[in-house]
Design a protein around this ligand. Structure first.
Ligand SMILES: C[S@@+](CC[C@H](N)C(=O)[O-])C[C@H]1O[C@@H](n2cnc3c(N)ncnc32)[C@H](O)[C@@H]1O
Length: 252
């Protein structure tokens, strides 16, 4: 038995030596993914986490479609694209751009939109919330789910979101409730972040999902109107269409 174990260990060492470059690349990528979205691959995130949150995305899509019924909307940290697919169905007059730091996430999200026949209205690109590729005041709305607590510099992210929003328009940032995100240490971290950002403050609401569990929060931020600006007011209640409760699954 001991000899067999010794043989297996030797074989593993030899294999590790031959494939060391590939192993190093894999481990580097896996650690970067854990920092960006808690799991070593985009596929496992999609299968384990994103799929379990379908009901949450349906709710966020409904609320977001009501807040942004038309125009150009940015989703920050769009992950595997489940919310984007749902939101695109819910808001047929919206064009959606998803930005995510992970190439593998962007690839999955693009594939999902393609397979759902939404590619004309939904696209994804690799990018960092701290350095968005959009012009000042270009967008009609920004939405994000469960991404802010992964941003290395959330203040910079909020400043960029402010910059790309049209005056008078809104960002809706959903994230984990403070009790689920230990580094938040206290309930007012998001309020403090918002107050220190160019938005000058925001509203934090508890989001109860699933059921009555206060598992999430919504940070609502509005870019100030400029004198003489004719920006559309956000929040006007408009009828939303049905969003399929099940976002299309994609195979690996
Ligand atoms: C926990 S996942 C959430 C994904 C998706 N929004 C959802 O609700 O399932 C966090 C996402 O934010 C992305 N992300 C992390 N840091 C980012 C950054 N600095 N800029 C843009 N995206 C980022 C990650 O790659 C990942 O896809």
């Amino acid at each position: 038995m001991r000899r067999r174990l010794a043989w297996l260990a030797t074989l593993a060492l030899i294999g590790g030596w031959f494939y060391r470059d590939r192993l190093r690349t894999y481990l580097k990528e896996a650690f970067a993914n854990v920092r960006a979205f808690d799991l070593p691959t985009a596929g496992t995130y999609d299968a384990l986490v994103a799929s379990a949150l379908e009901g949450f995305y349906a709710r966020v899509a409904e609320e977001t479609a009501s807040a942004f019924p038309r125009g150009r909307v940015l989703e920050v940290g769009s992950g595997p694209g489940q919310l984007a697919a749902c939101l695109a169905r819910e808001a047929p007059n919206v064009t959606l751009v998803g930005v995510d730091i992970s190439e593998a996430m962007v690839e999955r999200a693009s594939r999902r939109a393609d397979e759902a026949g939404l590619a004309g209205r939904v696209r994804f690109e690799v990018g960092d919330v701290g350095a968005l590729s959009f012009d000042d005041g270009e967008l009609d709305g920004v939405v994000s789910t469960l991404s802010l607590h992964h941003w290395p510099d959330p203040s910079r992210g909020l400043a960029e979101i402010y910059r790309v929003l049209k005056p008078g328009q809104e960002a809706r940032i959903y994230d984990l409730a403070h009790w689920l995100w230990l580094p938040a240490q206290g309930g007012n971290r998001l309020s403090l972040l918002a107050a220190a950002s160019p938005f000058g403050g925001g509203e934090v609401e508890v989001v109860r999902w699933p059921g009555a569990v206060p598992a999430f929060v919504l940070l609502r931020l509005r870019r100030k109107e400029e004198a003489g600006s004719s920006g559309r007011r956000i929040g006007a209640k408009e009828k939303t269409l049905n969003c399929s409760r099940r976002s299309a699954r994609i195979d690996d």
